[in-house]
Ligand binder design. Structure first.
Ligand SMILES: Cc1cc2nc3c(=O)[nH]c(=O)nc-3n(C[C@H](O)[C@H](O)[C@H](O)COP(=O)(O)OP(=O)(O)OC[C@H]3O[C@@H](n4cnc5c(N)ncnc54)[C@H](O)[C@@H]3O)c2cc1C
Length: 419
């Protein structure tokens, strides 16, 4: 069973707008390649959908997939602003299948991560997607970190994480011969996967079940159809008009938004609350030189420090056999700005490391300027708000949790919109 959705305040009001011009359909997509206007198997107008999902990252694609598998008779479309799917957070992350150890017991993150990890492993097995359950050590290197490590271990137990053990120096050495530490949590359930590959597989499932993916569709307006629903047959059925930056439009009955770094702006476009706002945190990675990769076997993380957001800089093996070190967390000057202003690790680079890619986290901030820890999902009121569900805060471990989140969203959409 997935937990119930948690709402924050939502105040959507009616908005004005024009009626669609629409555009024509194209053929089926080539998975993993550029996705033009893509059409699934069901005969349906690409201009009108029962449900539109905005955002073709892992959360949007998992949600679209869950919805169409549950409601095969509905026409469902995904709108993505880029020409390719899953190239923002979903394509720029550590690729770790988190076990759920870190998160506050009973929080959505704790529940959905534990469920989501199991679902991701099962999904990858079913689909033949490569993953490695390579485990993870969270290592205390200073005496003062040990109480925090023990508290984290307790938390993991409370969250129901499988196989956790507290281990001492000699066992750390057995697992990671080049890692020095006083005590560690051994977390064998942690794994790695390429989340973009998983997301593209979700997109494939979605399309095979009859869903539509429209790329190069940057949503700019979400409005009510001009014609009064009571006077327009089509307006009655599809009262919401979604317009892109090129002036093209689709109509729909219901909307789910999963816009990652733009989730606040998309909410505002629909007349819903602009809060919580998104603060972009860039994370840079370094890559170990191939001849040094033997130094790291599995994931190696520090004991998190509550004074800082996120989990701390860690070593992570990648599916291609490389080892990444990162990510740090710096305020990004741009939501999709992946290039650092400056870099000051030259000495380290010369020895074992070269610079790797970066990712930008979409982290929501409350009105008092505090980072919002948990996942946040939000609906609204009013003509548009009654028909929208927003994913407002889905930072890490939302990739791990994507299938569990999608189950929860499908439940909520079904209940809220009486599908
Ligand atoms: C550095 C880093 C490391 C991470 N490590 C991990 C990890 O190891 N494990 C883990 O589980 N999670 C990790 N995460 C978190 C994980 O990547 C995200 O939680 C997850 O990818 C969120 O998916 P999403 O679909 O919500 O967002 P995204 O993947 O960002 O997708 C949102 C989509 O919405 C689209 N969009 C935005 N605005 C519009 C618009 N106006 N019109 C149309 N489309 C729009 C975007 O183009 C984008 O494709 C990490 C994240 C980062 C940045």
């Amino acid at each position: 069973m997935v937990p119930a959705l948690r709402y924050i305040r939502g105040a959507c009001g009616p908005a004005l707008g024009g009626f669609p011009g629409g555009f024509s359909s194209a053929g089926r997509p080539a998975p993993g390649r550029s996705w033009p206007l893509c059409q699934g198997g069901r005969p349906a107008s690409t201009r009108s959908f029962d449900v539109v999902v905005i955002g073709g990252g892992i959360v949007g694609l998992a949600s679209a997939r869950a919805l169409i598998l549950r409601h095969p008779a509905l026409s469902i479309g995904v709108l993505e602003k880029e020409k390719d799917l899953a190239i923002h957070q979903t394509g720029h992350n550590s690729g770790v299948i988190h076990s759920g150890i870190y998160y506050k017991p009973e929080s959505l993150k704790a529940k959905l991560c534990v469920q989501g990890a199991a679902l991701i492993y099962e999904y990858c097995k079913q689909k033949g997607i490569s993953y490695k359950q390579c485990g993870k050590l969270i290592v205390a290197v200073e005496q003062e970190e040990i109480p925090r490590l023990q508290a984290l271990y307790e938390r993991g137990q409370q969250n129901g994480v499988q196989g956790l053990r507290l281990i001492q120096q000699e066992d750390i050495k057995k697992k990671e011969p080049y890692c020095r530490g006083l005590m560690a949590i051994d977390c064998p359930y942690t794994g790695i996967v390429d989340y973009r590959q998983v997301a593209l597989s979700f997109a494939e499932d979605f399309q095979e079940a009859g869903g539509f993916v429209l790329t190069n569709f940057e949503v700019k307006d979400i409005e009510l159809a001009k014609e009064s629903p009571s006077r327009s047959k089509d307006g009655m059925k599809y009262p919401i008009v979604i317009r892109n930056t090129k002036g093209e439009e689709v109509q729909c009955q219901y909307v789910v938004t999963c816009a990652g770094l733009y989730s606040d702006r998309i909410s505002e476009l629909s007349g819903c609350d602009p809060d919580p706002q998104i603060v972009p945190f860039r994370g840079d990675y370094l890559i170990l030189k191939p001849e040094k990769c033997y130094l790291v076997k599995g994931n190696i993380y520090p004991v998190p420090d509550s004074r800082f957001p996120f989990l701390g800089v860690h070593f992570t093996p990648r599916m291609d056999g490389s080892i990444w070190l990162g990510p740090n967390a710096v305020l990004a000057f741009k939501r999709e700005g992946y290039r650092p202003f400056d870099f000051s690790a030259r000495d380290i680079m010369d020895v074992i490391i070269k610079r790797g890619p970066a990712g930008v986290r979409a982290q929501a901030l409350d009105r008092d300027g505090n980072l919002i820890e948990d996942f946040v999902f939000d609906g609204g009121v009013g003509d548009i708000g009654n028909r929208i569900l927003h994913v407002r805060n889905a930072p890490s471990p939302a990739a791990t949790s994507s299938l569990a989140i999608s189950g929860m969203i499908a439940d909520e959409v079904q209940q809220r919109f009486k599908l």
